[in-house]
Design a protein around this ligand. Structure first.
Ligand code: HEC
Ligand code: HEC
Length: 319
């Protein structure tokens, strides 16, 4: 990195100070930074063996939630698993596959890893470890533990594994005036209320599993639905394609179809609440790794509504 690195870092630093001073009233919205609602955990495990369609494996919910042995429901569907991805290394390096899953699509409250470049993943792990990539998101702490304790070899093995996986269509984006009533349960995942009614969407994105039971079992065939405000897709497309006078065309750096370019990550078809968190985390200086400096001019003038529109549009693209 040397000179260029430190120049970029100091540019990022001054930018951060300026922005933070101007806008320290930002409250991270709960729809993008979900935290479990009190009393809405899963409760005690009843010991029943669970499975998912088409798999021979059976596991109790406690086994499914094991941070050092997450379920491999479809062993024939992925390349050989590195130790760190499937078992981690107790006590501090949890299996990457627990949260990012073995097919790399992850859940809205974590992150998609499938198809990210090896160099990008290694750099992000360095940024987490050095403290330059933080988040307004409290759940971030679980990731920090793995980033702080994983060895260089483990990080490279995980990065090589996930980089070879092809991202799949994982989110259906739907414009809607009203959405199911929801709550945030175990692991910070949002679910529809059983027998719940509908409520106005407002300025929010509501992302829930198509099937809550299967998602809680970490079934890699169980995708998500994201309800977004009416009009957000067209508004987001306009901003992403033209910059709309307040940002920069995303494809200049994120490539054709926003599927990634060299070590710049693909963003197409990824969780819209993940995308929104990153745009805000970068804008407010919490995510400030060396390469995040390239994003500063992109996010500086985005309103909260712009963030929602861009996140909705980007998530709706084919990954
Ligand atoms: C306990 C859950 C958990 C475990 C285990 C975990 N992560 Fe994460 N990971 C997260 C969360 C949460 C985020 C960030 C979400 C955010 O910033 O909004 C994340 C983000 C990331 C990112 C950033 C992705 C991007 O597109 O920038 C990388 C890279 C990553 N994790 C790698 C790993 C690796 C490698 C391992 C295993 C050594 C691992 N993680 C283990 C929860 C986890
Ligand atoms: C000048 C180049 C550039 C432009 C233009 C740009 N980006 Fe980025 N973007 C980057 C880089 C570089 C990163 C990786 C940042 C890092 O390493 O922390 C990134 C990261 C991101 C991330 C986080 C991805 C992840 O995996 O965590 C999101 C979301 C994002 N950009 C959205 C956008 C959107 C939306 C636009 C268009 C409005 C855009 N970017 C335009 C360079 C750019």
């Amino acid at each position: 990195m040397g000179k260029l690195g430190s120049v970029v870092t100091s540019v990022a630093f001054y930018f951060f100070v300026g922005i933070a001073g101007a806008q320290d009233s930002f409250e991270p919205p709960g729809w993008a930074y979900p935290l479990m609602d009190e009393g809405r955990g899963r409760g005690p495990d009843n010991g029943i063996l669970l499975s998912v369609p088409g798999s021979n494996l059976q596991r109790t919910q406690t086994q499914i939630d094991d941070p050092f042995n997450p379920p491999d429901w479809y062993p024939e569907e992925h390349p050989p698993l590195p130790e760190v991805v499937v078992y981690g290394r107790p006590p501090n390096v949890r299996a990457c596959g627990q949260c990012h899953m073995l097919h790399g699509m992850g859940h809205p409250e974590s992150a998609t890893m499938a198809g990210l470049s090896v160099n990008y993943v290694i750099q992000q792990m360095r940024d987490y470890k050095s403290g330059t990539r933080t988040s307004l998101y409290r759940r971030h702490g679980s990731m920090l533990l793995s980033a702080t304790h994983a060895t260089e070899e483990e990080i490279r093995a995980a990065a090589e594994y996930y980089s070879q996986l092809k991202p799949v269509k994982w989110i259906t984006v739907i414009e809607a005036d009203s959405v199911p009533e929801t709550y945030v349960g175990a692991g910070n995942m949002r679910h529809p209320e059983l027998n719940g009614g509908m409520e106005p969407i407002g300025q929010r994105i509501i992302e829930i599993p198509e099937d809550s039971h299967r998602a809680e079992r970490r079934d890699p065939h169980s995708p998500f639905i994201a309800y977004v405000p009416p009009g957000s897709l067209a508004a987001g497309q306009e901003l992403a394609m033209t910059g709309g006078g307040k940002t920069i065309q995303c494809s200049l750096c994120h490539g054709l179809g926003l599927k990634g370019l060299a070590d710049i990550p693909g963003i197409a078809g990824r969780s819209p609440i993940y995308i929104a968190r990153q745009l805000w985390d970068i804008k407010y200086g919490a995510r400030a790794g060396i390469s995040a400096a390239l994003m500063l001019a992109v996010v500086a003038n985005l309103s909260d509504e712009d963030v929602i529109n861009l996140s909705a549009y980007v998530a709706s693209l084919d990954p």
